[in-house]
Ligand binder design. Structure first.
Ligand code: FUC
Length: 776
């Protein structure tokens, strides 16, 4: 459960229920500037060493002089647990645990000796609280309530019908255990309050727990807060915040709060519906459905996985909250995997891939806010590590917005993390058309990121015509190098978006012209001796490398510079690379790697391979102790079982399914966006209806299809942009007015000639005569 700020995991026990909860600003540490003063003094030496193939020396020098201070960042923390003890509830019947993602309500129900017990949990955004509502029919509720904290420094006290937990997350993270340097002390304080708000039984208490007897209906309300204000300020009073939350809740009953919660949640969820059909297979427990998916390919489970990603984003990222981190907001460990931070060389961006296209545009606000913060802290890093203007962020950040290279030179020195994030700022404009946002929020960050790279790029030693990046790495493979392909794709994208933004806003024409010139000189994508897209400047790719990161295909997705229709040779080279990387080995193990492949394949217009990657991803964890971690990717609650649990695969899957149904990254000669409908539809999803997906330029689509062929499209034009609707080799162009709804049948689209079409689209479409057409 989650309301963006508060998250909870319900374990579903009967005699003992554990509800682990979190708040999104509870991290170790305190405001801290991670830049390493004077690091730039060794920048040219590092470049020289790399140009002379002295990588090991470059690593050693960088490790000593060029890394973040301290070397590691800090850690997101679990907040606490609600413990409920129900004496005598060991032997139960009719047990059922469910998560209803139509309403965002979790339920546990069962019977003991003829009494029916039911517990509902919701995380309400409008009422800022987690609520547990318990009922007993034909009997009574007798149970104990306590709060637990995982942290060393904490105290718990009872005041009337409330349990109050106060503490400080000072436990040392992976960072503090491993680093040779001092870590900023933890100074953030917190408070949580659990209150019994409705209770028709009797309430008693002892020093550390509440006891309810003889009730049929009880509601528990949990509120929580920390002293965090922003990355630079932790002066808030959590007790004051909790008081404000509890007085807001006073006098409100559960049903009223639940109703408001459902309305608030559905306002997001219901913007998109996806119906891919339903069969008797769809009505089984989720873990059984996941277990048999490889055989039955139940399209309804695909629709569930799609909506579950949207559910998780609505639950972990709301305007004003922190962005979803590596575990969303569902980390239950003091030493979480990778500190439950923000990894920017794939993970945090993947979290936000579905935000715009699946009509959850406002939910990218926390990410946008984080980029604005990084554009401040990253200035320090640009200055101290590169002696350059503008801002730069590397492969990780935390609550304190660390932007310097962390951990190890071989993967930490990767300067395009901030530039990649800038793509999300641009996407938000492309989908919303909000010029005020572009002027005040997006453009300043894009411009200053571009200023950094305009001065950072250097001529390639092998080809002085080319500008390259470096020192850098192709994420997490191959070590420190000059000129990895991914950097160049990201920097080109950043420059293009900055240039276009400056044109729209009518500002900085001179700077835009300079970027245009630089962009043309950035080392282009190259096809290597195996026919592959080269990951590095030299043609050294190993066809047996199955590494999980396939960074050099960034230009295919999430970038837009490679596509079968616009750059067929490069697209074919991407295909070769994907054949090499395959689904075995390291790449096969990671959930997010399979999720990225769905998106790559959809962009290659290859629906069957996209679906094959989706099948890789929908693999159940049968038993944790006997895991075949090379294959198993989903827990029973369909959380990403990466391993370990990381959340981005869930979001990447949602994005990949959307990319099979709609793509809008390509431009027509007049600058308008092509809206490619059903560009990569696999046979397994041959019939369906989707409503509410969004295309760039401000369009909302409803599409129906059957037997693999488009039947109808309805388009809501939000901004009045020209509509370029494409389906296979057919196209329809219309001027539109803002607010206009346009409806078409597939036959309204006309064949466009000459128009290159990917063979995979053609072969998948049965001849028109075999298809019955339905009216809209
Ligand atoms: C990147 C990946 C790892 C993991 C980590 C959080 O470093 O290479 O697999 O996902 O992020």
């Amino acid at each position: 459960m989650g309301n963006g700020r508060l998250g909870a995991m319900i374990h579903g026990g009967t005699a003992r229920e554990t509800i682990q909860f979190n708040e999104d600003t509870l991290w170790t540490g305190q405001p801290h500037d991670y830049a390493n003063q004077g690091a730039y003094e060794v920048l040219e030496d590092l470049r020289d060493l790399l140009r002379n193939d002295r990588q090991a020396e470059a690593h050693a020098l960088a490790q000593e002089r060029f890394m973040s201070r301290p070397l590691r960042q800090l850690s997101y923390q679990p907040f606490g647990t609600i413990q409920l003890e129900f004496p005598g509830h060991d032997d139960v019947t009719q047990y059922r645990r469910s998560l209803d993602i139509e309403n965002a309500v979790a339920t546990v129900s069962y019977e003991v000796d003829g009494t029916h017990y039911r517990r509902e949990t919701i995380a309400s955004a409008p009422d800022h609280a987690l609520l547990v509502h318990l009922t007993a029919e034909e009997g009574s509720l007798d149970f104990n309530i306590s709060l637990d904290s995982p942290h060393q420094i904490h105290q718990i006290r009872i005041e009337g019908d409330e349990i109050i937990l106060q503490g400080m997350a000072n436990d040392y993270s992976m960072a503090a255990q491993q680093g040779p340097v001092e870590y900023p002390e933890s100074e953030l304080t917190y408070e949580a309050r659990l209150q019994v708000s409705e209770n028709d039984g009797t309430l008693t208490s002892d020093s550390n727990q509440l006891r309810i007897e003889g009730a049929t209906r009880v509601t528990l309300q949990l509120v929580a807060a920390t002293s965090f204000v922003n990355y630079n300020d932790i002066s808030a009073d959590p007790a004051e915040r909790c008081s404000a939350y509890t007085s807001h809740l006073k006098g409100k009953d559960y049903q009223e709060i639940k109703q408001r919660h459902i309305e608030d949640y559905q306002k997001y969820l219901q913007r998109v519906s996806l119906d891919l059909g339903v069969s008797e297979k769809s009505y089984r427990p989720t873990q059984q459905r996941v277990a048999t998916f490889k055989k039955d390919e139940d399209p309804n489970l695909v629709a569930l996985v799609f909506q579950y990603g949207r559910y998780l984003l609505i639950s972990s990222s709301r305007p004003g909250t922190q962005p979803a981190n590596l575990q969303g907001i569902w980390n239950d460990q003091l030493l979480p995997p990778w500190d439950s931070k923000y990894t920017m060389n794939i993970n945090v961006e993947m979290n936000y891939w579905p935000a715009e296209v699946t009509n959850l545009s406002e939910l990218s606000q926390p990410l946008i806010r984080m980029v604005q913060d990084l554009s401040e802290t990253g200035q320090q890093v640009a200055e101290e590590h590169y002696n350059l203007p503008g801002w730069v962020a590397h492969h990780n950040t935390d609550l304190w917005r660390g932007a310097a290279p962390i951990n190890h030179a071989n993967h930490g020195i990767w300067p395009t993390g901030g530039a990649w994030l800038c793509q999300h700022l641009w996407w938000h404009y492309q989908f919303s058309g909000d010029e005020e946002y572009l002027r005040s929020t997006a453009y300043p960050a894009l411009k200053t990121a571009s200023q950094f790279f305009a001065d950072y790029l250097i001529p390639s030693p092998d080809n002085p015509e080319w500008l390259i990046s470096g020192p850098s790495n192709s994420p997490e493979t191959g070590g420190l190098v000059m000129g990895p392909t991914m950097d160049h794709q990201i920097i080109r994208n950043l420059f293009s978006n900055t240039i276009e933004a400056s044109q729209i806003l009518g500002v900085d024409q001179g700077f835009a012209a300079q970027l245009e010139e630089l962009k043309e000189k950035i080392a282009p994508n190259q096809i290597g001796r195996h026919g592959q897209l080269q990951e590095w400047l030299p043609d050294v790719d190993d066809p047996n490398n199955t590494h999980r990161h396939i960074s050099h295909l960034w230009g295919l997705f999430p970038g837009n510079e490679i596509h079968p229709l616009t750059t067929p040779d490069l697209a074919a080279a991407c295909q070769v690379t994907l054949d090499h990387r395959g689904s075995a080995g390291d790449g096969g193990r990671m959930g997010w790697s399979a999720a990225w492949k769905i998106n790559f394949m959809a962009r290659l217009l290859d629906g069957e391979s996209a679906f094959a990657s989706l099948k890789e991803l929908i693999s159940p964890v049968i038993q944790e102790s006997k895991r075949d971690s090379s294959r198993e990717k989903l827990y029973v609650n369909i959380f990403d079982a990466n391993p370990p649990f990381q959340i981005e695969e869930n979001f990447g899957a949602t994005s990949g399914i959307a990319e099979m149904l709609l793509q809008s990254q390509l431009r027509a000669p007049d600058g308008s966006y092509y809206q490619d409908v059903l560009p990569a539809l696999p046979d397994a999803l041959s019939s369906g209806i989707v409503a509410g997906l969004k295309g760039r330029g401000g369009f909302e689509f409803t599409m129906t299809w059957t037997q693999g062929r488009l039947i109808s499209v309805q388009v809501l034009s939000l901004l009045g942009s020209p509509l370029n609707l494409r389906y296979a080799d057919q196209i329809l162009y219309r001027e539109t007015k803002a607010g206009e709804v346009l409806s078409f049948l597939a036959e309204d689209l006309k064949k466009q000639a000459p128009h290159p079409v990917s063979p995979c689209i053609k072969s998948k479409i049965p001849p028109a005569s075999s298809v019955s057409h339905y009216p809209l």
